[in-house]
Design a protein around this ligand. Structure first.
Ligand SMILES: *[C@@H]1O[C@H](CO)[C@@H](O)[C@H](O)[C@H]1NC(C)=O
Ligand SMILES: *[C@@H]1O[C@H](CO)[C@@H](O)[C@H](O)[C@H]1NC(C)=O
Ligand SMILES: *[C@@H]1O[C@H](CO)[C@@H](O)[C@H](O)[C@H]1NC(C)=O
Length: 440
């Protein structure tokens, strides 16, 4: 433990030096990096260090243990899992089991905030706040958004648990800039945030995004945009990500269906950490997830991300994810399509791949799951990229490097549920149709 604290202290010192010199010049889509943004950036650095886990094995082990516990005595028998049994509980993994079996989920929505596992497990979103119902899908005024719109909800200072009155498509006119302590909860409606600009989670903490569709985002032009009730400023062009995490911590993205955006579907950069991406369904996209955008920004050493129970499906090409610097636990995901590679990176990220299923494409040149950039083998052979209990199909292979992981703690690494269990664990990935009064 002492060793872990020592490491955290070193990291803290390094982080502040790097951040202080690099951050102000980094492109943040903020045209005027005024006092408000400077303070947010500084608070975000502190929040990232608070959220950083000195013993990541504790988090990876906890998730794996929960999957084993959840499925014990439940291997094929006893549970009703057929789609036509409306009243059956459809939960097939421990995150879902935490809330989906409750027929009263609609009057017990905040239960979800207790359900995250992995590095984002402390994300509670708007749990401590009021409910706010979005009734108006429009997004016309970037500086004084109309009450009832999603943009009005996400700029409030107080924690809010945001729900939707009915099915709607929200076309974001410019990037949607969120504030701390928010949950976007699309359960009970078909919510499509699409054909507009990206969701931006910048220098803030504690956000849950759940059960919405995000697709066809393109770059916003920028201009005057309100980023909280008491501040607005000029933004430059936004990237056209699905969801952009920029200096963000304690973030949980669950049951989101994402496809076809101009840049990444989910990008986590500039010292973002304590993130879980789970139960999502990704399709039709080139560069799926980028974790760390710069080989020279060592501030991304704090980055710790869990990618669990997701389905990487049709029409995907690469970056599931592509990582730098940080620690990435990629566990129990189903990779059914990629055209170039699945998992890549540069600048020595730690990648623990456990219990995934990898189905390689037909192209004999693209069977390798992994891809290393900007480093000769003599360098990357010391990067910790490990594969354990992954199910390799159609010729897929994972090139490991580094030695089996050692940690400050003396704990053993708990093995994940093997890749052969993935089709079941991931069966309900993506946005769900939840009906009030029934298990979801
Ligand atoms: C993680 O740490 C907590 C608190 O120190 C401990 O109670 C728990 O057993 C640990 N979990 C695992 C899986 O090691
Ligand atoms: C289910 O799993 C348990 C322990 O994981 C094992 O003892 C049991 O034999 C399995 N049952 C079936 C039907 O496979
Ligand atoms: C967010 O919630 C935390 C914990 O409840 C609180 O300390 C913090 O002040 C909140 N942030 C804002 C901006 O309200």
């Amino acid at each position: 433990m002492e060793e872990a604290l020592h490491h955290k202290l070193l990291l803290l010192i390094a982080f502040f030096i790097v951040a202080a010199t690099v951050l102000p010049i980094v492109e943040a889509n903020i045209a005027n990096f005024d006092e408000v943004w400077q303070k947010r950036a500084e608070d975000a650095r502190k929040a990232a260090l608070d959220a950083y886990h000195p013993d990541p094995l504790n988090i990876t082990n906890d998730l794996n243990r929960r999957v084993h516990e959840d499925t014990r005595g439940n291997n094929g028998t006893g549970r009703k899992l057929r789609d036509n049994e409306d009243d059956a509980c459809m939960a097939t993994n421990p995150i879902d089991r935490c809330w989906r079996c409750d027929p009263n989920w609609a009057s017990n929505r905040k239960k979800l905030a207790d359900c995250a596992l992995g590095f984002g497990h402390q994300a509670t979103g708007g749990k401590d706040g009021r409910f706010y119902e979005v009734t108006d899908p429009s997004d016309d005024d970037m500086v004084n958004p109309k009450p009832g719109t999603l943009r009005y909800a996400v700029i409030q200072m107080e924690p809010l648990w945001i729900t939707f009155a009915h099915d709607m498509e929200i076309r974001l006119n410019e990037e949607l800039i969120m504030t701390d302590n928010k949950t976007i909860d699309g359960r009970g409606a078909l919510v499509q945030i699409s054909n507009g600009a990206q969701i931006t989670i910048q220098f803030i903490k504690n956000v849950i995004i759940h059960n919405v569709h995000v697709r066809n985002h393109y770059p916003g032009n920028g201009g005057l945009i309100r980023d909280s009730v008491d501040h607005f400023g000029i933004r430059t062009r936004s990237d056209g990500d699905g969801i952009s995490l920029f200096g963000a911590s304690n973030i949980w993205i669950d049951h989101v269906s994402m496809s076809n955006c101009a840049d990444g579907l989910i990008d986590a950069i500039e010292g973002s950490t304590a993130i879980t991406i789970s139960n999502c369904h990704f399709t039709q996209h080139n560069e799926v997830m980028l974790f760390g955008a710069s080989d020279s920004f060592s501030g991304d050493e704090v980055m710790q991300i869990t990618v669990a129970f997701n389905h990487f499906g049709q029409g995907l090409i690469q970056r599931m994810p592509r990582a730098r610097w940080g620690f990435i636990h990629v566990v129990n995901n189903d990779y059914t399509h990629w055209l170039m590679y699945a998992i890549g990176g540069s600048q020595h990220p730690t990648i623990i791949s456990q219990g995934n299923r990898f189905i390689a494409p037909q192209d004999p040149n693209c069977k390798e799951v992994t891809k290393r950039d900007y480093a000769p083998e003599s360098m990357w052979k010391s990067w910790t990229w490990r594969s354990e209990d992954d199910l390799m199909m159609n010729g897929a292979f994972f090139v490991q490097s580094g030695s089996p992981i050692r940690f400050a703690s003396k704990e053993e690494m708990i093995r994940a549920k093997p890749g052969s269990s993935v089709t079941r664990l991931v069966r309900y990935a993506g946005a769900l149709k939840c009906v009030a009064g029934k298990p979801c």
